[in-house]
Design a binder for this molecule. Structure first.
Ligand SMILES: *[C@@H]1O[C@H](CO)[C@@H](O)[C@H](O)[C@H]1NC(C)=O
Ligand SMILES: *[C@@H]1O[C@H](CO)[C@@H](O)[C@H](O)[C@H]1NC(C)=O
Ligand SMILES: *[C@@H]1O[C@H](CO)[C@@H](O)[C@H](O)[C@H]1NC(C)=O
Ligand SMILES: *[C@@H]1O[C@H](CO)[C@@H](O)[C@H](O)[C@H]1NC(C)=O
Ligand SMILES: *[C@@H]1O[C@H](CO)[C@@H](O)[C@H](O)[C@H]1NC(C)=O
Length: 904
């Protein structure tokens, strides 16, 4: 045991032990000199000289002891050798000088945040903490300094809990080594919002492991908020700047990095969720926790509406938020989104929200945190609203349509029928495009989903109107569009199951008819190939047969549709390119202002197609049934029978005329001729008065005229068989031309007759000379064996003495005329007979006497038919035809050409 030290030396030794962190020696020394080294002096020595990096736990017991009444010599302390060498050599004078220069810090300092607790220990602890932070930045060791004295005074506890703990956790425990951590004093000077921002600044999308966001909110914000200072001076706690900033932060996260928001809401239970760590002395206290929780839940709902993410995950996040809010509100468990989407529950109790629709639609986007905003009110109605919207978005997403919760919310609230309808149609298009092949289940589910989007499961008093996002689209419209989509996707049997076989039919027969026809037209118009066994036309065909009971083949509109298909198919075997090199598609036929002209194109582009005149006429008949030629164009209304008949007749005439002209164009006169004879006004129909001839048929007589004008060339196709006419091809040809011209005369309007007659006469002259030439040859031939000198006798050849070595001749053909069913002679006799009945009226033609072969005025007397002079006979024929054709004209108005022709 050494002799007692002077107060100066004792002080210096204590300072020495403090400076070298020798706590044991310090303690023992100070205990021995407790009478000299009082509490305040020791605290100042420690504050000034004990290294700040030293773990506070090594000296807090000492502080405690000092506080509890001074240091006591420990029982084992005696064994501790005090090393006083550092002061031994000092004289007392030196010691005193040194003590004066110690510069011990005062415990107190201006503006110490001790809230009036200015006892030495409190002052020391605050001061020490600041210095540790200032000189070392080791905020993390400060709790160890303060914690043992939490009970000592509220100021320490509050400070530890609401400032030191959050700061220490943020900078050292939760996010060590990040950024440039703030010192205590700088942090304390921040405004509340800035402080919250600082505490949350290390939370980000990139580094949040599960649980970390909740940990931060609970461990940083929770303690920080548990300070009356944060709530003072504001009437409404929810408007306290720090808290308001936090709520804003939450919704901002939702729109920028939604995963953080979802995680926050999932992991943080609100204002009462505080992790005080080791500070158990101050239980969380806030009289406004309930009120704050409401504001927190409002912010959670606001976050749900703020999520911009359109992925499934984003939507699941929204759902997660909703589940949390419902859980915290204690308004019932929510199943998973998938399960709910299967169940399609009823959304009820939305009255309040739906009643103020216009205002609330704005509330979807702005003022989400306002207490007046009903969309985000923490109550069951707002939850149901969000639930309905989220489910809607999910269902739509599964159908391939991406929407945000907000957009759907606006549709629900604004109830803009037009917008809902256009979105609905868009969705049907998308779900159609997204449909897996041949998956009836998908379609059935899609339909139930869409119907739920109409009603949200609630039955509405106004039958056709629902509260869902498609609530303004009439239910039958929804079903009609779904039906169309099903048909377009070949879901025929499913469609029948729902719309024809079910006990409760969602659509009336009229609606089904409307939908089916519309689908059929759509498929038709979309078809690229006119073959009814392929592609779009096959689909169209199938659609017309989709509802055999509701729409049997006898249904008028179905019948017309099928006629259109048949007509289109009729064109499928031909090459057909329209102008601009576009290949023909069925829709062209349907919308063409003159569908028959398409047949004309077929004739132009397909060699010898004119031989299939029957097919084309058939096509035109179907076009008439389909309403394409009568101007009714597939409208609902049917054409009456007479309209149809007239259209059919005109179409047939046009087509025959086209075929005749096509045949002539391809130098197939024989075919053209046969069409003229067999299809353009045969004998039976020759008596029509031109005044009642169809005024608009200019095709028939024009084509007959063209045939009559046809001049044989090298390129002309030879007759496929000789037929029964003249063996002289030239004569035969002229005869045929005359027949064609005669036909033209019969059917042409009065204004055209003069022109045709001129042609007729020229042709007749050609025939005359051809016959004369032929006869001369025959005579020359005859002269060899059988001389007949009598004048005119060459006009009476003996039919039994035909020219054996030669093939059939002009005279032979004349003889055989009677057997030719459609020959010139048949025609001429029949017409001549008819003309003779009107004999008296034909005064201008009288002289010729050629009008009636049976009563010929020829001096040579009654010759039998076969012996009629060939030339006269031909003339008779022509004239007879002519007379019957223009008899009316002669009777009413004897014209020069007819007259001169007859009397020449
Ligand atoms: C329209 O035609 C295209 C190709 O020709 C086809 O892929 C599509 O499915 C058709 N759409 C409808 C509705 O028939
Ligand atoms: C229509 O298509 C079917 C099947 O591809 C084919 O067998 C048939 O010959 C086609 N018909 C016509 C007229 O092209
Ligand atoms: C005329 O008939 C004979 C056989 O009777 C035949 O060989 C010849 O080709 C025919 N002439 C013409 C131009 O048809
Ligand atoms: C020709 O006779 C028919 C019936 O025989 C008659 O209807 C017609 O009016 C007559 N024509 C003339 C020009 O007399
Ligand atoms: C007869 O023909 C003349 C001249 O072609 C014409 O002016 C007159 O109107 C015609 N008469 C009748 C009754 O058609």
């Amino acid at each position: 045991m050494q002799e007692a030290l002077s107060p100066a030396k004792a002080t210096l030794l204590a300072v020495h032990f403090a400076a070298i962190s020798d706590i044991d020696s310090f303690r023992q020394h100070c205990a021995e000199y407790s009478s000299i080294l009082g509490q305040e002096l020791l605290l100042r020595i420690i504050l000034t000289h004990l290294p700040e990096t030293l773990d506070p736990s090594t000296y807090t017991p000492l502080l405690q002891e000092l506080q509890d009444g001074g240091l006591k010599t420990l029982p084992g302390g005696k064994n501790h050798e005090i090393d006083s060498s550092s002061i031994d050599s000092l004289s007392e004078q030196q010691a005193l000088r040194k003590v004066r220069k110690l510069g011990l810090l005062d415990l107190a300092w201006p503006d110490a945040p001790t809230q009036g607790h200015n006892d030495p220990l409190t002052l020391f602890l605050f001061h020490r903490a600041y210095i540790i932070d200032r000189d070392t930045g080791l905020i993390n060791i400060i709790p160890d300094l303060l914690l043992p004295f939490a009970k000592h005074c509220d100021a320490i506890t509050t400070w530890l809990l609401t400032t030191i703990l959050p700061l220490s956790r943020r900078n050292f425990e939760y996010h060590p080594g990040t950024g440039s951590p703030l010192s205590i004093s700088v942090f304390e000077q921040l405004s509340d919002p800035a402080a919250v921002q600082y505490l949350l600044s290390e939370i980000s999308q990139d580094n949040n492991i599960p649980g970390s966001v909740g940990r931060d909110l609970r461990g940083l914000l929770g303690p920080w908020f548990n300070n009356p200072a944060r709530w003072s001076g504001v009437g409404d706690a929810a408007k306290a700047p720090g808290w308001a900033y936090f709520l804003q932060w939450l919704t901002t996260q939702a729109s920028r990095s939604w995963t953080v928001a979802v995680q926050a809401i999932e992991e943080y239970n609100g204002p009462a969720d505080i992790d005080q760590g080791p500070v158990t002395t101050a239980p969380p206290q806030n009289s406004q926790f309930d009120h704050l929780l409401k504001s927190y839940l409002r912010a959670a709902l606001a976050s749900a509406y703020s999520i911009q993410e359109s992925s499934l995950d984003g939507l699941l996040g929204t759902w997660q938020i909703l589940r949390r809010v419902q859980g915290l509100l204690d308004t019932g468990e929510l199943a998973s989104l998938e399960v709910e989407a299967e169940a399609l529950p009823v959304m009820s109790g939305l009255g309040v929200i739906l009643s103020k629709k216009n205002r609330n639609a704005g509330d979807l986007r702005s003022n989400l945190l306002d207490e007046s905003n009903e969309i985000t009110s923490p109550n069951p109605a707002a939850c149901t609203m969000l639930r309905g919207l989220t489910l809607s978005v999910f269902i739509l997403k599964n159908l391939g349509a991406l929407y945000s919760v907000r957009t759907i919310g606006e549709m629900v609230l604004l109830q803009d029928a037009q917008e809902q309808r256009s979105e609905f149609l868009k969705v049907v298009r998308l779900l159609s495009n997204n449909a897996p092949r041949d998956d009836d289940a998908y379609w059935a589910r899609a339909r139930t989903g869409i119907l739920w989007l109409h009603s949200w499961g609630a039955s509405s008093p106004n039958g056709n109107q629902g509260i869902g996002p498609f609530g303004m689209v009439a239910r039958h419209d929804i079903d009609m569009e779904m039906l169309k989509a099903m048909l377009a996707n070949n879901r025929f049997s499913l469609a029948r199951t729902i719309y024809e076989d079910a006990t409760e039919l969602p659509l009336s027969a009229d609606h089904i008819e409307e939908a089916v026809l519309s689908s059929a037209f759509h498929a038709f118009d979309n078809a690229s190939n006119p073959n009814r066994t392929r592609g779009g036309l096959k689909k169209c065909d199938d659609i017309t047969m989709a509802f055999p009971r509701t729409l049997p083949p006898t249904n008028a509109r179905i019948m017309r549709m099928r006629a259109l298909i048949t007509a289109t198919h009729g064109l499928s075997s031909y090459r057909l390119v329209l102008k601009q090199g576009e290949p023909f598609t069925p829709v062209v036929l349907r919308v063409h202002s003159d569908p028959i002209s398409i047949i004309e194109k077929v004739l132009e582009q397909n060699l010898a197609a004119y031989t299939r005149v029957g097919e084309f006429v058939e096509i035109s008949k179907n076009l008439v049934i389909a309403g394409l030629l009568t101007g009714s164009k597939m409208s609902k209304q049917e054409d009456d029978a007479s309209t149809q008949e007239a259209a059919t007749s005109i179409a047939e005439k046009r087509i025959v005329a086209m075929c005749i002209e096509a045949a002539l164009h391809e130098d197939d006169f024989e075919t053209a001729y046969s069409y003229v004879i067999s299809r353009l006004g045969g004998p039976a129909s020759t008596e029509q008065d031109p005044s009642i001839r169809p005024v608009d048929d200019h095709w028939s007589w024009t084509s007959a005229l063209k045939a009559g004008q046809y001049v044989r060339t090298q390129r002309s196709l030879p007759p496929t068989h000789l037929g029964t006419s003249s063996g002289n091809p030239e004569i035969r040809h002229l005869e045929q031309r005359l027949e064609c011209l005669a036909t033209a005369l019969r059917i042409a309007p009065a204004s055209q007759l003069l022109e045709i007659l001129k042609t007729f006469r020229r042709c007749e002259e050609q025939l005359d000379s051809a016959i004369a030439e032929e006869a001369a040859k025959e005579d020359a031939w005859d002269a060899v064996g059988d001389v007949r000198n009598a004048p005119g006798s060459f006009d009476q050849p003996d039919p039994d003495r035909m020219y054996p070595p030669r093939n059939i001749t002009a005279s032979a053909s004349a003889r055989q005329a009677e057997e030719a069913p459609m020959s010139l002679f048949d025609l001429s006799r029949a017409t001549a007979r008819i003309a003779s009945k009107n004999f008296t009226s034909l005064s201008g033609l009288h002289s010729g006497g050629a009008l009636s072969p049976a009563t010929s005025a020829e001096p040579s007397g009654a010759l039998d038919q076969a012996r009629v002079r060939k030339r006269d006979q031909l003339r008779d024929a022509a004239t007879g035809t002519l007379v019957s054709g223009v008899g009316w004209l002669i009777g009413a108005n004897v014209t020069r050409p007819a007259n001169s022709d007859e009397t020449s």
